[in-house]
Design a protein around this ligand. Structure first.
Ligand SMILES: Cc1cc2nc3c(=O)[nH]c(=O)nc-3n(C[C@H](O)[C@H](O)[C@H](O)COP(=O)(O)O)c2cc1C
Length: 388
């Protein structure tokens, strides 16, 4: 089958991996209102068509936190990538390296920082959760320094975990287990079973050195559950800033007051994000939150965006509202599950082409110069399709 858009990868992913893993990736928290709003609000925006401008020379290259990239995308940190495809994070990092964009490894990845470091030449980003065990958190940062990670992404929107009903109903477990309930499902995905279930890496790669890991996987899972720290404050960001010498990206902001605070605490970039609709259900879509945040801090820090990006047209819309680049979570996971590195590269190629074509049709030569005029507005200046 020819893959022509992100939806194609999603459909293939659904067929190739067990339902519990697909739904873990695809779903959001509670009633999934924010998950849907991310898509709905992006879809409702309208691009402004312009014609008869010489469009023969175009560029989608830009710079993100000090590095040249071949298109304004970053692979978002996603936990458990290696359950979507055997050694998934290595595949993702290699695909990103070949495509010339940053790969961000999650704290909750299956492949470890060192696994990914050994697999690529280009520096990757590392996403950090500040855990209750600050000593262990510090050791993660030190490992990211040792691996020469080019940015640390501090995720600040998960100090308490939003509930995903489907994960509970599906009995999602780490590492995945063959049970009576999922036996039929797994038996119908033999390639996945052979790669992931029979593979070497099936649990949290970065947490192998964690205190509880010595006592076995059951206690590791318990330890992870207890590590999210509801007492986190901006002072913890200062602490991270003090132990991380490189670029700091703060991810998970929807409010301009928080964005201003992040800038004051020394963020080199921020990510406007609602964690892909997986945390506060009922929160604003990320795209609706973007313009006010970009206005408030766009001059002082780099504004990155994620939530619902499924096409190059979506990327163009986010850039028009003030983002410098977009992170992609699910688009990446669908491609990864469909066939590893090769499919992720293919998907990135599709998004790049869609962006390039849409720029040509909106009269934009250079992705660095996308402006608010790329979006259609009403005569009173408000955005078409945008209710904010
Ligand atoms: C399966 C899955 C796991 C995720 N795990 C993490 C994580 O470990 N750390 C993090 O900062 N964000 C995590 N996220 C959020 C993504 O980084 C990103 O914000 C979100 O996926 C963007 O929305 P999109 O999937 O619509 O592109 C995860 C998202 C998904 C779908």
């Amino acid at each position: 089958m020819a893959f022509t858009n992100v939806q194609d990868f999603r459909e293939v992913a659904r067929r190739k991996i067990p339902r519990s893993i697909f739904e873990y990736g695809d779903g959001g928290s509670y009633d999934e209102m924010t998950l849907r709003a991310n898509r709905r609000d992006l879809e409702s925006l309208r691009l402004s068509q312009r014609v008869m401008v010489d469009m023969s020379r175009r560029s989608i290259k830009t710079r993100i936190v000090g590095s040249d990239v071949s298109l304004p995308l970053i692979i978002a940190p996603t936990g458990l990538g290696g359950l979507f495809y055997a050694d998934g994070e290595i595949h993702g990092a290699r695909a990103a390296e070949n495509a010339g964009i940053p790969f961000c490894l999650s704290t909750m990845s299956i492949c470890s920082i060192e696994d990914v470091r050994a697999a690529v030449k280009t520096p990757f980003w590392f996403q950090l959760y500040v855990m209750r065990d600050r000593g262990f958190t510090r050791s993660l940062v030190e490992r990211a320094v040792a691996a020469k990670c080019s940015a640390l992404v501090l995720t600040v929107d998960l100090q308490v975990g939003g509930q995903r009903h489907r994960d509970i109903k599906n009995g999602l477990s780490i590492p995945p287990r063959l049970t009576f309930a999922n036996a039929f499902d797994i038996a119908s995905k033999p390639r996945w079973a052979l790669g992931v279930l029979a593979g070497r890496r099936r649990s949290f790669g970065n947490l192998e050195g964690a205190p509880a890991a010595e006592e076995g996987l059951a206690s590791l899972a318990h330890w992870v559950g207890g590590q999210f720290d509801p007492s986190l404050t901006w002072d913890d960001v200062d602490w991270v800033r003090s132990i991380w010498p490189g670029k700091l990206v703060i991810k998970g902001l929807l409010d301009e007051r928080d964005a201003r605070e992040a800038v004051e605490r020394g963020a080199d970039a921020i990510v406007v994000s609602n964690h892909g609709g997986r945390q506060l259900d009922g929160a604003s879509s990320s795209i609706a939150a973007l313009p006010a945040i970009a206005d408030a801090v766009g001059g002082a820090t780099e504004v990155l965006f994620d939530g619902g990006v499924r096409s190059g047209q979506d990327v163009l819309k986010a850039l028009a509202l003030g983002a410098k680049a977009c992170m992609i979570g699910r688009a990446y996971l669908y491609a990864l599950a469909s066939g590893g590195q090769r499919r992720v590269e293919e998907m990135l190629g599709i998004l790049g082409k869609e962006l390039d074509t849409s720029m040509a049709l909106t009269g934009v030569h250079d992705v660095k110069t996308v402006s608010p005029e790329t979006l259609l507005r009403r005569s009173d200046g408000s955005l078409v399709g945008h209710d904010h």
